[in-house]
Design a protein around this ligand. Structure first.
Ligand SMILES: Cc1ncc(C[n+]2csc(CCOP(=O)(O)OP(=O)(O)O)c2C)c(N)n1
Length: 296
């Protein structure tokens, strides 16, 4: 259990440090394109992905760094990708928004993809699940609602994780979402809908664990709505990392020194990731036509 707690903290700390560094590096103008941040939502990525293994696939969003780190994508390759380098996880051709295989920049693009991976897992009896993370804005997309319907009709081993920050980028949900809770929409598809506190790693972990166990056992899909406010300097009391640290040190489950050591290791890793990314070569003209089609 202690190992699992240490690992959960390491994942959340890595996401936070990685993203704070990406934010700073974007400001220097050295990184091409956007860098949409997931900071503040770490408990969602870490709480869900802690249950996943190589059988499972996730689809993320334009805000995908956190989900990729939690699923185990190499941090140095991700940083190199954000820098557009050949050593990046997509050979420098994807950048921040398209950092991993199933990550994508189309709002609402992930849920249908996950129906595909979940259907494959079901047909091939791998025991795998497909997990789609999406924002409250994407919860209004037809693709998301169609995917929920399909997952229910086909009884797919799929999870739909609605990360509700109250805003679709700058558009308030109160103004654009026609229900108080995205989880309530699950009832319309005959799927269980659960709401959890996004600042609480343990709440996310428990809800995701139940849903994943049900999905692996043939019990079909679940929609989990993770509610939070995106992290910023003014809302430090609502920080899932601080919340986690207080809880595990107050209970005596982990020593503060252990957590400080993880902070230092992660800081070193991110520093190396940035300097290695900056030193790595960029794709050349010869790379232009490679990776366009997948060869089977
Ligand atoms: C199909 C599509 N429509 C519009 C956009 C432009 N866009 C990028 S992010 C965004 C808001 C998405 O809101 P939400 O799903 O809540 O994610 P958040 O960025 O708030 O985490 C929009 C409309 C897009 N990328 N894809």
């Amino acid at each position: 259990m202690t190992d699992a707690l240490r690992e959960a903290y390491r994942v959340m700390r890595t996401i936070r440090t990685f993203e704070e560094r990406v934010r700073d590096e974007v400001a220097t103008g050295e990184i091409p394109g956007f860098g949409h941040l997931h900071a503040g939502e770490e408990a969602s990525a870490a709480g869900v992905c802690a249950h996943l293994d190589d059988r499972d696939a996730i689809a993320s969003t334009h805000r995908g760094h956190g989900h990729c780190i939690a699923k185990g994508v190499d941090v140095k390759a991700m940083m190199a990708e954000i820098y557009g380098r050949k050593t990046g996880s997509c050979h420098g051709k994807g950048g921040s928004r398209h950092i991993a295989d199933l990550s994508n920049g189309i709002v609402g693009g992930g849920p249908p993809l996950v129906c595909g991976t979940a259907l494959a897992a079901k047909q091939q009896h791998t025991g795998g699940v497909g997990v789609a993370f999406f924002g409250d804005g994407a919860g209004n997309q037809g693709t998301t609602l169609e995917a929920l319907n399909l997952a229910s009709v086909w009884d797919l081993p799929a999870l739909f994780i609605a990360e509700n920050t109250g805003y679709a980028e700058a558009t308030a949900s109160a103004w654009s979402v026609a229900s108080d809770n995205i989880a309530d929409r699950a009832a319309g598809f005959g799927v269980p809908g659960v709401i959890v506190d996004g600042f609480d790693f343990f709440a996310v972990h428990e809800a995701a664990g139940e849903a994943i166990e049900r999905a692996r056992g043939g019990g079909g899909p679940t929609l989990i709505e993770v509610k939070f406010t995106r992290y910023s300097g003014q809302r430090e009391s609502l920080d899932c990392l601080k919340w986690f640290r207080d809880r595990v040190t107050d209970s005596g489950e982990l020593d503060p020194n252990v957590l400080d050591a993880i902070d230092a290791e992660v800081a070193k890793l991110i520093e190396e990731a940035v300097s290695e990314a900056k030193a790595a070569p960029k794709p050349t003209k010869d790379d232009l036509e490679t990776d366009v089609y997948v060869s089977y």
